[in-house]
Ligand binder design. Structure first.
Ligand code: CAA
Length: 241
């Protein structure tokens, strides 16, 4: 029987590339999204996957989404916690809303989503939790104290949960992308982005497909012995600057 995957933030950007790849791998895939109905409808139509609306920052929404997916597709075997937002600004000007929105969506979501599926995975003795962190959680970034804190939190969460579930056939890993060619990165002021790309040893932005390839590996049978780790895909950017 095909395994079932849920990718949060799965209708656009990196998430969409992951959805496409996992579907090509033969999984039954649901893509979560929070606001952009048009992108979701397009994703459902062109990829032929289930799309489900809800706010990953809200526990009740996550519970309802998982119940619906499990009723339609079956128990979730692979959860990709990908949904994320930025509210960039230097800390001495950051508002409490900018801080909390990012913590809620990028980090509280890990509890809200993973809590819905972890017991089932443990009972069935198989599961894959893949959390999307960021190079900026690993090395910090001016204008992103909120995002860097959340994405570093994702790594800590991953390690602790990996330890708790290693004997249950459930692996928990992080993928930490660098700057990937998505709407989120294209929203960085052009001059700033130019400077960032100039620093990347590979000399270019990454692609969603490159991230999706790594997620595909982690989601598969061959990655059974990989747990608690962070795979960094950043074109060498972590090594410089
Ligand atoms: N070093 C030190 N201080 C700096 C600085 C720098 N490089 N750049 C700006 N500042 C300081 C200025 O000195 C100024 O301080 P004062 O208030 O004391 O004068 C202040 O920051 C400027 O404040 P502004 O709000 O006017 O700044 P701005 O409009 O220039 O915006 C910024 C600053 C928010 C950091 C902006 O440059 C920016 O958005 N940078 C991009 C951040 C980024 O890389 N985000 C990644 C988004 S993609 C993503 O997150 C995906 C992923 O995982 C990689």
């Amino acid at each position: 029987m095909a395994r079932v995957a849920l990718v949060t933030g799965g209708t656009r950007g990196i998430g969409r590339a992951i959805v496409e790849r996992l579907k090509a791998d033969g999984l039954l895939v649901a893509a979560g999204y929070s606001g952009n109905d048009e992108a979701a409808a397009e994703c459902a139509k062109s990829l032929g996957v289930m799309v489900i609306k809800g706010n990953v920052g809200n526990f009740a929404d996550c519970k309802a989404a998982v119940e619906k997916i499990e009723a339609e597709l079956g128990p979730i075997d692979v959860l990709v916690n990908n949904a994320g937002i930025t509210r960039d600004g230097v800390f001495h000007k950051m508002t409490s809303e900018q801080w909390s929105e990012v913590i809620r969506v990028n980090m509280d979501s890990l509890f809200n989503m993973t809590r819905q599926v972890i017991e089932g995975m443990r009972e069935r003795g198989w599961g894959r939790i893949i959390n999307i962190s960021s190079i900026n959680g690993q090395k910090g970034q001016i204008g992103q104290t909120n995002y860097s804190a959340a994405k570093a939190g994702v790594i800590g969460f991953t390690k602790a949960l990996a330890l708790e579930n290693a004997r249950k056939g459930v692996t928990v890993n992080c993928v930490a992308p660098g700057y990937i060619d998505t709407e989120m990165v294209q929203a960085v002021p052009p001059k700033v982005l130019e400077g960032i790309i100039a620093q990347i040893p590979a000399g270019r932005l990454g692609s969603g497909e490159e991230i999706a390839d790594t997620v595909s590996f982690l989601a598969g049978e061959r990655a059974a012995y990989v747990t608690g780790t962070t795979l960094s895909l950043n074109g060498g950017q972590y090594l410089v600057g």
